[in-house]
Design a protein around this ligand. Structure first.
Ligand code: ATP
Ligand code: MG
Length: 436
């Protein structure tokens, strides 16, 4: 489970059942926040949150199975059907000392609860049982008008809201990018002014927001916003290079995951596109420190960087390098597992397409794309001329030596220096007797 998926899933019908139960016990209870926004937009919601004037204790009395997730923040987790629904008591947040979490919360009215939410479009409620079950929207913050105008606007003073919780800087960018909304003038100006405060946010929280922003459908918009507001510079601790990164992101296919998008982003911000191995290590260290990315994500980014560095370095990659790199994109090569050559080709072509966004890299990208297109599966990953069994028959003992010889023979085969099994055998035997 990635951090982004950590929130329990809930279904609308289950949330509505909880609301019915709370209302029967004479409490106020409504759907709140994101699911109301999504409903008005006609979009599907991934979770349905309930807000109520019942205290966590009262929620626990009605739902004995309820779990305290953040009882201190007034949030209870109620399991019903296949859902886990967050039931949150109306509250106002106290002081934000750390720029992220309120130190205290005070239970409040619905009005107070709406005022602590981040953006107007996220600050609405919906009573699904009102008006004989047709439901009623409760908009105390002007969310409907901003939805219609397609605007992200802070509730209250934007500057104050970003100052108390800096993560809202990224949330604003995420919602704008994901929904294709603009950011209201005051809110945008406050984002720029408050941007440097982002540095106080825990790296893993920043990364989590980045993961949500760099999704295929929103990454170009999100990146432009991050650059435009100066947040990229804060996140990556320095000025952003003028490379056409958003163009490159736009050329990635929708199947390209976060790791690859991040690799491109890192490429533009942390190093030159033709970086060397040392630069890559430094960039990796920075990403680990600033964003605490998982090893898997860092590995993907690093593999992408190193591969591209090989292909775009000053030396033209020989076929052995290029073929092996491409094949590796399709799965785990070299371990005897079957790799998906079609997938490998698609990925390599995607990378190369993305890199055509850099004028300096475009000619080489196009050349490599054409080279790849001209290779049959068989030419890309031919059957080895030599195998381990044959080498052992020829007297090479099992062990590292054998592996090295097989690899060396295969590289020479890919480079066209060895053309037949006999030639490969002769080469390997000569190597073995020279070293042995
Ligand atoms: P998503 O569809 O991405 O889950 P969401 O609007 O549901 O979007 P959540 O992070 O799930 O976002 O939060 C639920 C609601 O809680 C928001 O709609 C908003 O009203 C409120 N909220 C969440 N995070 C903050 C925050 N940092 N500051 C103020 N209000 C917040
Ligand atoms: Mg949500």
């Amino acid at each position: 489970m990635t951090p982004t998926d950590s929130k329990p899933k809930s279904h609308r019908a289950d949330a509505v059942n909880i609301i019915r139960r709370l209302q029967s016990a004479r409490f106020q209870a409504v759907l709140a926040g994101g699911c109301v926004r999504d409903q008005l937009l006609g979009r599907e919601s991934s979770d349905f949150d309930v807000a109520t004037n019942a205290t966590p204790k009262e929620v626990a009395t009605l739902f004995p199975q309820a779990q305290k997730v953040g009882a201190a923040f007034g949030v209870m987790l109620v399991r019903v059907g296949s859902s886990q629904v967050e039931v949150a008591t109306f509250r106002t947040d106290g002081n934000y000392a750390d720029g992220r979490r309120p130190e205290t919360v005070t239970f409040a009215t619905m009005q107070g609860d709406a005022a602590r939410r981040d953006f107007t479009i996220n600050g609405m409620y919906f009573d699904p049982l009102a008006d004989d079950g047709s439901g009623q929207l409760i908009d105390l913050v002007g969310g409907q008008a901003d939805l219609a105008a397609r605007l992200i606007r802070c509730i209250g003073s934007a500057e104050a809201r970003f100052a108390e919780d800096h993560l809202r800087l990224l949330r604003a960018g995420r919602f704008a990018a994901r929904l294709g909304f603009g950011i209201e003038t005051e809110t945008l100006a406050a984002m720029v002014r408050c941007g440097p405060q982002l540095i106080r946010i825990a790296p893993e929280r920043i990364a989590d927001e980045l993961r949500r922003m760099l999704t295929p459908t929103s990454r170009v918009e999100a990146w432009n916003l991050l650059v435009g507001t100066g947040l990229v510079g804060v996140m990556f601790r320095g000025p952003v290079r003028p490379e056409p990164i958003s163009d490159a992101l736009g050329r990635l296919s929708t199947s390209m995951d976060f790791g690859v998008a991040l690799a491109l982003v890192g490429l533009s911000t942390l190093a030159s596109p033709t970086m060397d191995g040392t630069e890559v290590k430094v960039a990796r260290g920075h990403l680990r420190q600033w964003l605490r990315l998982s090893n898997e994500e860092l590995d993907t980014a690093e593999r992408c960087w190193l591969t591209l560095a090989q292909w775009f370095g000053t030396n033209r990659p020989p076929p052995s390098v290029f073929h092996r790199d491409v094949v590796a994109l399709g799965g785990t090569a070299g371990t005897g597992e079957v790799v998906d050559l079609t997938l490998a080709r698609q990925r390599a072509t995607q990378w190369l397409n993305a890199l055509t966004a850099w004028p300096a890299l475009a000619p080489r990208s196009e050349e490599l794309c054409a080279r790849l297109a001209g290779l049959s599966h068989d030419a890309l990953a031919p059957r080895p001329l030599l195998d381990g069994l044959r080498l052992m028959e020829l007297g090479v003992p099992q062990g590292r030596w054998l592996g090295d010889l097989l690899r060396g023979a295969y590289d020479r085969q890919l480079d066209g220096d060895l053309l037949t099994s006999k030639e490969a055998e002769n080469w390997a035997v000569a190597q073995f007797s020279a070293k042995g």
